[in-house]
Design a binder for this molecule. Structure first.
Ligand code: GUN
Length: 298
C-alpha cells in the first residue's frame, strides 16, 4: 500500500488558526505580539521568505515588520539595530534572515539577540535549553514543526529508531535534541548521519523514523528505506526546469515516488515540512509575547 501523505499545509493552517486565537486573547490585554525580521542585502529567495513571514503575521492579527538594510551594512551597524530591537518592549520576536553578507559573522549576530526574543531558537541559550528539555526554550521552527506533524498524524514515536540525515545546527542537531527527549512525540533512539558516515544506507534502513535534512535533491531512494518507516523530508532544493516560469522546480531530499512505495507516512515537497516553519515562527512569537508578561493578568 502506498504511504499516507502528511499534509503540511493543513496542519500549518491549524497551527496558524490557534496562533490567531492566542494573539486575539493577548490583544484584549493590550499586547499585540510583534515580530521584526531583519533582512540584510538583496538575496532573492530571502526576500520571498521575509515577505511571507510579514504577511503571515498580519493574517494572524500580529504586528510584523521587516527592516531592510543594504548589502554593505557593517556588522556594527547590524548589531546596533539588534540592540534597538532588544530594548523595544513592543517587539517580542527578532529574526535576522540568513544568509547574511560575508562581512557579518552570523554567530555574533545570533548571540546578540536577547534569548527571550530569539524566536528562531538559534541562540546558544535556547540551543542548550532544548538539549536539557527546558520547557521555556524556543525550539528552532523547522524541527519543532516536524514534531507537530508527527503529533497531528498520531504517530507513536516512543521507542522508534530515528535516523536523521544531516547535522546542521538548525535542523539535524536540533532535531536530534528534540527526538531524544523523554515525553510525547519524542522518546526515540536517535542516530545522526552526515557526509562522513560509513554505509549510510545501512543506517537509513534501520530507521522507523527517517528524517532527511541534507540539501541534496532526491538523495534518499526507496531502497534505502525500511518498509513501513515514517519518512520526513526537510529538503527544499531548487532543480532546473525550463518548463516552469521560474526556471526551477522544488525537490526534496527524498526520491518521492520510490519512497512512497515503501514508507507508511511521507511528507511531500512542497506542501510538507516547509509549510510548518512560518507557522512555528509565529507560534514562538506569541509565546514570547505571553512570556514577556507585560500588561497580562497573572
Ligand atoms: N533563512 C532561511 N530560513 C531561515 C530561518 O528559519 N531563520 C533565519 N534566521 N534565516 C533563514
Amino acid at each position: 500500500m502506498p504511504a499516507e501523505i502528511i499534509d503540511g499545509a493543513a496542519v500549518a493552517s491549524k497551527v496558524l488558526a490557534d496562533v490567531a486565537i492566542s494573539a486575539a486573547a493577548l490583544a484584549k490585554h493590550g499586547v499585540v505580539p510583534g515580530l521584526t525580521v531583519v533582512l540584510v542585502g538583496d538575496d532573492a529567495a530571502s526576500a520571498v521568505y521575509v515577505g511571507a513571514k510579514e504577511k503571515a503575521c498580519h493574517a494572524a492579527g500580529m504586528n510584523g515588520e521587516t527592516i531592510r538594510l543594504p548589502a554593505t551594512t557593517t556588522q556594527a551597524e547590524l548589531l546596533a539595530v539588534v540592540d534597538r530591537l532588544n530594548a523595544d518592549p513592543a517587539i517580542h520576536g527578532i529574526l535576522v534572515q540568513s544568509p547574511m553578507p560575508k562581512q557579518i559573522d552570523p554567530q555574533t549576530v545570533i548571540r546578540r539577540i536577547a534569548p527571550e526574543k530569539d524566536v528562531d531558537g538559534f541562540h546558544p541559550i535556547n540551543v542548550g535549553k532544548v538539549l536539557i528539555g527546558d520547557r521555556d526554550a524556543f525550539a528552532p521552527c523547522t524541527p519543532a514543526g516536524v514534531q507537530v506533524l508527527l503529533e497531528a498524524y498520531g504517530i507513536k514515536t516512543a521507542g522508534m529508531d530515528c535516523v536523521i540525515v544531516g547535522r546542521s545546527n538548525i535542523v539535524g542537531k536540533a532535531m536530534a535534541s528534540l527526538m531524544i527527549q523523554p515525553g510525547p512525540h519524542a522518546d526515540c533512539t536517535v542516530t545522526v548521519c552526515h557526509s562522513r558516515t560509513r554505509d549510510l544506507a545501512a543506517h537509513t534502513r534501520q530507521a522507523d523514523l527517517l528524517i532527511a535534512a541534507i540539501g541534496k535533491p532526491e538523495f534518499i531512494t526507496g531502497d534505502m528505506i525500511k518498509p513501513g518507516a515514517v519518512v520526513i523530508d526537510v529538503g527544499v532544493n531548487r532543480v532546473d526546469d525550463a518548463t516552469k516560469k521560474t526556471g526551477f522546480r522544488l525537490r526534496g531530499d527524498v526520491h518521492f515516488d520510490s519512497a512512497m512505495e515503501v514508507a507508511s507516512f511521507i511528507t511531500p515537497v512542497p506542501g510538507g515540512v516547509g509549510r510548518m516553519t512560518i507557522a512555528m515562527l509565529l507560534r514562538n512569537t506569541v509565546r514570547a509575547a505571553e512570556m514577556s508578561g507585560a500588561n497580562l493578568p497573572i
